[in-house]
Design a protein. Structure first.
Ligand code: ZN
Ligand code: ZN
Length: 291
C-alpha cells in the first residue's frame, strides 16, 4: 500500500478546465476529470459548438476529428479565459473490418496552453445503436425501434428529399412525436419517404455517454501521469509499431508489437510490448505461413 507521502498529487490538482459542450457531456466527464486528475470542469456560458458542424448535416463538418476537437476545446478556452480546455468528438459508421456492424469512435483532446501541449485519447466501440432507416410511415419501423434503442435513445427524422433547409426534427423520444415527424417528413419529401436515424448527440444517447465517460477516465489518467525523466504531465502512448512475431515461424507480421510512450515536454521516450499481453501473432496473419 502506498502511503500518503508516496502518492504524488496530480499536476493539475485544483485547476480549472474549460469543457466545450452543448450536449450535457459534463455528466460523463466532470467526475473522471476530478477523481483521476484533480481538474474542475467549467462550462462556458455561451458556446455554439454547432458552428463547427453538426451530426445532422445542416453545417458541414470541416477537417479531421482531432482538428475539430482541438478547435472546439479552444472555443471553450476563449469563452472562459482559461488556459486549459477539453472537447470530445464522436464518429459513427461501419466497423472497419465488419462492414455490417456499426461502430463508434470517440476522440477526446486536452489543450494546455500554459505548458504548451495537446494530448488526445481515443476509444472504439462496437456497442452502439447507430442505425438509419427509410420509411413511408410509422408502421414500417417495427422491430427497428428496438435496434435503435428507442425510446431510451432519441431519434432524428427528416424528409428523404426536398427543398434545402427543410426542417430536421431531433431528440425525438416519444411515439407521438415520432409518428407526427414521420407524417410531416413524408409529406414534404418528393419521394414521400422519411429518413429516420438514431440521434447520436450525447444527451440523447446513453450508450454513447457511457463510452465518453470511459474515455474521460482514460484521458484523465493520462493527464495525471508524469514523464519518468522530467515529471511533465500527460506522459503516455503516442504511437505503435508493427512486427508481432508469428506463432509458427517467428517472422514479423503487420500486427502491433510495440507501444511507444513519449513526453509532452522533453525528448524522453520508451518502448514497451503491447499492453494487452499478446506476444505472438496467429499464423493466419503471417505473410510466410499464410501468404
Ligand atoms: Zn519529460
Ligand atoms: Zn509464420
Amino acid at each position: 500500500m502506498p502511503t500518503p507521502q508516496t502518492i504524488r498529487k496530480s499536476p493539475y490538482e485544483g485547476q480549472k478546465l474549460a469543457l466545450a459542450t452543448k450536449h450535457g457531456k459534463e455528466r460523463a466527464i466532470a467526475r473522471p476529470m476530478r477523481c483521476a486528475a484533480g481538474l474542475e470542469i467549467v462550462l462556458p456560458a455561451d458556446l455554439d459548438t454547432d458552428a463547427l458542424g453538426t451530426f445532422t448535416g445542416e453545417v458541414p463538418r470541416e477537417g479531421k476529428p482531432l482538428d475539430v476537437c482541438v478547435k472546439k476545446a479552444r472555443l471553450g478556452m476563449a469563452a472562459t479565459g482559461l488556459p486549459l480546455g477539453l472537447a470530445n468528438e464522436g464518429s459513427f459508421g461501419p466497423h472497419p473490418f465488419l462492414p455490417f456492424v456499426p461502430s463508434n469512435l470517440e476522440i477526446m483532446a486536452f489543450v494546455d496552453d500554459a505548458r504548451g501541449f495537446i494530448v488526445h485519447e481515443m476509444l472504439f466501440s462496437e456497442k452502439t445503436n447507430y442505425a438509419q432507416r427509410e420509411v413511408c410511415g410509422f408502421g414500417e419501423l417495427g422491430d427497428w425501434l428496438q435496434t435503435a434503442s428507442f425510446p431510451s435513445h432519441g431519434l432524428i427524422v427528416r424528409p428523404k428529399s426536398g427543398r434545402p433547409g427543410m426542417a430536421v426534427e431531433k431528440g425525438i423520444v416519444t411515439v407521438e412525436r415520432l409518428r407526427a415527424a414521420i407524417e410531416r417528413a413524408t409529406y414534404h419529401s418528393e419521394e414521400a419517404a422519411a429518413l429516420v436515424e438514431t440521434d447520436m448527440r450525447a444527451h440523447f444517447n446513453p450508450t454513447r455517454m457511457t463510452l465518453i465517460r470511459r474515455l474521460a477516465f482514460k484521458l484523465a489518467r493520462r493527464l495525471a501521469s508524469r514523464c519518468p525523466d522530467c515529471g511533465a504531465p500527460g506522459w503516455g502512448m503516442t504511437g505503435q509499431s508493427a512486427g508481432l512475431p508469428c506463432e509458427e515461424c517467428e517472422a514479423p507480421t503487420e500486427m502491433i508489437h510495440w507501444e511507444i510512450l513519449t513526453c509532452t515536454a522533453c525528448a524522453h521516450r520508451e518502448t514497451r510490448p503491447r499492453s494487452d499481453g499478446l506476444r505472438k501473432a496467429p499464423a493466419g496473419r503471417c505473410g510466410s505461413c499464410n501468404p
